[in-house]
Design a binder for this molecule. Structure first.
Ligand code: NCD
Length: 364
C-alpha cells in the first residue's frame, strides 16, 4: 500500500484517517503519516504519543543526547507569526539529532510571487524528510500535504486546528492532574476568551472527546463563542457543556482554567478586536476569590500583556498552579515524540544516545 503521504493516497486521506477513527477506537499508523487534525487520533494513539513523550524527557532535560536523526532534515515552514511553536518544532528535531531548514513569513517566500501551495509542497518535499507548517488559511496545511512527498505536521492552519498544541496541552493536564491524584476522565475545564477564532481550543475540545464525563465551561463574549459543531461534538461524546459570559461563576469549580488571547489577526481591524480585549481577566485576586485552591491555570501563549488586554496577569507568576511555562516546555517532548513516531525511530532513540558534554546546570 502507498504510504499515507503520497499525493494519490493523500487524496483519500479523509477516508483512510478520518473515517475509521470517527469511532474513536481504531488506532492510526504513525509511520509516514501526516498529522493534520485531532480527528486522526483514537484514545490509544494519544496514550502512545504520551508514552513516547515521557521517554523523551531525559533528552529535553539535557540528561542524555541522541543522534538518531543524524542526516534527516525538517522543513519548518511558517507562513504566519510564531515564536514557541516554530522554535520548539525546530529544537525537537535538533534534539533528535536532525537538521532544520526554515522559511518564515509569507512575504519572504515564493508564495508572494504567486506560487501555489501545491507547487511549493512538491518542491520543498524534495528537500526534507518531514515538514512542519503553519499558514493563515483553514485547510491549507491539508492541501499542502496532499501534494507533499513527505509527511506534513500541522503547526496551525488559520482558525481551524492546532493539533500538536492540543496534544501538549493534554499532556500538561495529565501531568498536573497526576500530582493531584486525578485522571483525565471526569476532568472539569474552563476555556476562556476567544473561542471562535482560537484554534488551540478547537483542537483541545476534539481531543477531550476521546475521554469520558468531561465538564466543559465555555466562557466568551457571545460573538466569540465556540463553534456549534464543536459544542455538539462534545455533547455527543457525553460531556456536559456550559456556555457563559460570566468568568467568576464559571471558574468556581474547575480543575483547569485555560485562558486564551483575543485573536486580533483574525479580525477586520484592531478596533473590532478592541471590543473584546480585556473582557475576561484572570489575576491573583480573581483566582483567590473564585477558584478552588488547586485550580491549574493554563494558556497556549503568547499572553497579551498590554494594559488593555492583560488576560492573564503577571501577578499570577508566583502562583505554583500557573502551569503556562511547564506547558510550553512540554511542546518539546510532544513534538520529539511525533517526529520519532512518524520517522519510525522510537526504538532507536536510546541506542543512539550519548552523555551530554556541555554545562546544563542553569536550566532548572
Ligand atoms: C497559539 C496559536 O498560534 O494558535 N499559540 C501557540 O501556538 N502557542 C495561540 C495564540 O496565538 O493565541
Amino acid at each position: 500500500m502507498a504510504p499515507a503521504y503520497w499525493p494519490d493516497a493523500a487524496r483519500g486521506l479523509d477516508f483512510r484517517l478520518l473515517a475509521p477513527n470517527s469511532h474513536h477506537e481504531l488506532s492510526m499508523e504513525f509511520v509516514g503519516s501526516h498529522i493534520l487534525s485531532i480527528d486522526q487520533f483514537a484514545r490509544t494513539d494519544i496514550d502512545k504519543i504520551f508514552a513516547v513523550a515521557a521517554k523523551m524527557e531525559p533528552y529535553a532535560q539535557r540528561e542524555r543526547a541522541t543522534s538518531v536523526l543524524n542526516g534527516a532534515i525538517l522543513g519548518n515552514m511558517f507562513f504566519e507569526a510564531s515564536t514557541r511553536t516554530r522554535v520548539s518544532f525546530g529544537c525537537a528535531f535538533n534534539l533528535l539529532g536532525g537538521e532544520v531548514r526554515e522559511t518564515t513569513g509569507f512575504e519572504s517566500s515564493a508564495l508572494a510571487k504567486g506560487e501555489s501551495l501545491h507547487d511549493t509542497a512538491r518542491v520543498l518535499s524534495g528537500y526534507s524528510d518531514v515538514i512542519a507548517m503553519r499558514h493563515p488559511q483553514a485547510g491549507s496545511v491539508s492541501d499542502f500535504a496532499s501534494a507533499s512527498r513527505v509527511p506534513v505536521v500541522n503547526g496551525g492552519d488559520g482558525v481551524n486546528e492546532h493539533p500538536t498544541q492540543a496534544l501538549l496541552d493534554l499532556y500538561t493536564i495529565e501531568k498536573e492532574m497526576r500530582g493531584r491524584k486525578r485522571e483525565l476522565d471526569g476532568l472539569r475545564i474552563a476555556m476562556i476568551g476567544d473561542l471562535k477564532f482560537g484554534r488551540t481550543v478547537h483542537s483541545l475540545v476534539k481531543l477531550l472527546c476521546r475521554y469520558r464525563d468531561v465538564e466543559l465551561h465555555l466562557i466568551s463574549p457571545a460573538a466569540l463563542c465556540m463553534p456549534e459543531a464543536l459544542v455538539e461534538m462534545a455533547r455527543s461524546a457525553g460531556h456536559t457543556v456550559q456556555i457563559s459570559e460570566n468568568l467568576e461563576s464559571s471558574i468556581a469549580h474547575v480543575d483547569i482554567a485555560y485562558s486564551t488571547r483575543i485573536q486580533e489577526e483574525r479580525f477586520g481591524s484592531r478596533a473590532e478586536a478592541d471590543l473584546y480585549r480585556g473582557k475576561f481577566r484572570l489575576n491573583q485576586s480573581v483566582y483567590t476569590q473564585h477558584c478552588e485552591p488547586n485550580t491549574v491555570i493554563m494558556h497556549p501563549l503568547p499572553r497579551d500583556s498590554r494594559a488593555d488586554a492583560n488576560e492573564l496577569s503577571t501577578d499570577l507568576d508566583g502562583n505554583p498552579n500557573l502551569a503556562i511555562f511547564r506547558q510550553a516546555d512540554n511542546g518539546i517532548v510532544i513534538r520529539m515524540a511525533l517526529f520519532a513516531m512518524i520517522l519510525d525511530v522510537v526504538e532507536q532513540v536510546d541506542k543512539h544516545s550519548h552523555p551530554v558534554r556541555w554545562y546544563t546546570g542553569s536550566r532548572f
